[in-house]
Ligand binder design. Sequence first.
Ligand code: BGC
Length: 747
Amino acid sequence: MTILAKWISAPLDTGSAAVTFRRDVHTEKKITKAELCASALGVYAAFLNGARVGKGVLAPGWTSYNTRVQYQTYDLTDLLTGDDHLEIGVGPGWAVGFMGWGHVNHYYHDKVAAIAALTLTYADGTREVIATDGDWEVYTSHVTSSDIYHGETVDLTAPITSIGKAELADITVELIPQVGEWITEHERLAPIEVIRTPKGETVVDFGQNMTGYVEFRIKAPRGSRIVVHHAEVLDRDGNFYNENYRKARNENIFVCSGGDDVFKPTYSFQGFRYIRLEEYPFDTVDVEGIRAIAVHSELRRTGRFVCGNEKINQLYHNVIWGQKSNYLDIPTDCPQRDERLGWTGDTQVFCRTGAINYDVEKFFTKWLGDVAIEQSPEGAVAGIVPHCLKGENAYVSAAWGDVACIAPWQIYLAYGNKALLSEHFPMMKKWVDYLHSVGPEEFLWLGGNHYGDWLAMDGDPEKCYGATAYDLIASAFFAYSTSLLIKAGEVLGKDMSEYRALYTNVRKAFRAYFMENGMPKETFPFVFDEKQNSRQENRQRLGMTQTALVLILHFDLCEANERAALAAKLVEMIRENGMRMTTGFVGTPYLLHVLSDNGYTDVAYELLFQEKNPSWLYSVTHGATTIWEHWNGIREDGTFWDKTMNSFNHYAYGAVFDWIFGVACGITPTEHAPAYREVAIAPKPDKRLGFVDTSIDTRNGTVRMHWYYKENTVYYEIEIPEGVTAYLTLPSGYSADLTGGCYHFAE
Ligand code: BGC
């Protein structure tokens, strides 16, 4: 963006209203090119002669605004007439509106600001730049109130008045060209039902939990109002339920002009399946005029899956919609309550699956850039990126901060982008150095504030904290992150001997402190570390949990001769729990892998097909259309889990599809030739799935696996793209190296 452009704000406080910055553009000369660059602190929309330009919404997206903000570029060459006006509308968005559960606004700036430059190239070869400065006019807008959490009021009867000339704003943030994907509108869903609830409320059901907003096309008397609230679920009596949104009002109010109106928020979005119409101008709801529009980052779909089991197909549908809902410019925990934040733990848990379903390389290029920016000089990575909490801070927690190593490595495996891995190698190294420096023991991470095995079922089932000792989780991830750093360093040709020695020491220390006789110890002393101001006194501190066993096995913290007993113990605990897991965010993503890696593929499938709580299919059998935050967000008796932490659109547990693609279907990228240049094909079929037909569009072409049962024989159809080598292993033990082509096997 040209240095001529200045950041501008309104000359007075406009509160939560969106304002419009306006400039007339007159030219007599013939234009051969017109390019607009624009950005904002807040969320902006650019208009030329009253018409919105560009395909994006919710620009400029969310970055670490204290450091950098993206600008977008629009080609206006064919739109300018010579007598035009350019407007930049800006609402509070992420930068100025409310953020976090502490309910504080103005985290990045106290009022909205815009910056723009229109570069005109004329036929005579000359150029002119029309850039934001103190000459721009500021007007009120029809958006009289807007907030990401609270929703938007659009009043088409509100007069548009001048607020005066723009004021130059003292903003020094770096402007960068857009590095992430555009945020765009996608599916348009028609209502499937208009419900009169037992309470007598009018509720519209779109049949799908999603992120975006509802558009109304309506012609109603001037001044009449549509007042909309949003919800993900109805309660057991069939009434509208939105208490789990906590303080996020999610309220859109539209005031009709009297003409043909089209309403939708411009600077806000909601997470919902249902809307309640508190006010509506007519007795009958015109469903033709109502559409729910899905909004998310523009990602190319790469993974496809269908099988012979309808519930598993629904589960995959829920995973996909969970990803769409929470990949809105940054990876978020949920899209509806007063969070919608870049929780690092949720991100690392799901990113491997996310990179199968969609091409997320660019999406993560942007977000990982912010993780690196926000890493502390000591190497700490907080629970949330971009950071946006005042007073309250997200912990530097194990399994959350480890995103610094896990995400760059997984994105490298999926796309093979060495340059990106190299860019983030310093961040990975700093995180491992941080782990090395923190806590009272050099090779363990003891003490500190962690989220533990978040939402696991083996702690107090009414609380969010699992039973597995935090120190065990933290030290296990210390080893794991170090191992990933070593792998990354080896790919990049670096001398990793220092970190190999560190890994050996961490593993040794882990085994000495947390294990005896090849098993995890039952309990551990609580270590209070003053420097870390630990807050875990009252948490449980168990070593013999499903999650502890999973981590020890998956992170290879055991010796080869200890594996069988550890895996058998895990299976015993699963069986004792009625063939159900107790794992939370930390243990669940690896659980099925650990079982199938250690000879218990049958138990992995039992868990996959389990329908009793906790299980993946519990929510499916209870009508879920996205993945729930809690295994039992809706309990057996139809009551809800505590409203303070009960999202119905949290993708983390959707990570199970990494196992379904990788093990059930059997397609896994290899570490030595990433981006599926060399691929391991090792399907583990199960009759209850009937068949799977799956494909992944990789950087090296489409890999496809189709297996199906006929009687007791499994038939395989495998497609390998040209130039790719596949290492096939079938359940019988038959193995072969395959090159590009289509193959058939039966056994
Ligand atoms: C979020 C989680 C997040 C967690 C930290 C919650 O409020 O919604 O998904 O990871 O806090 O434990």
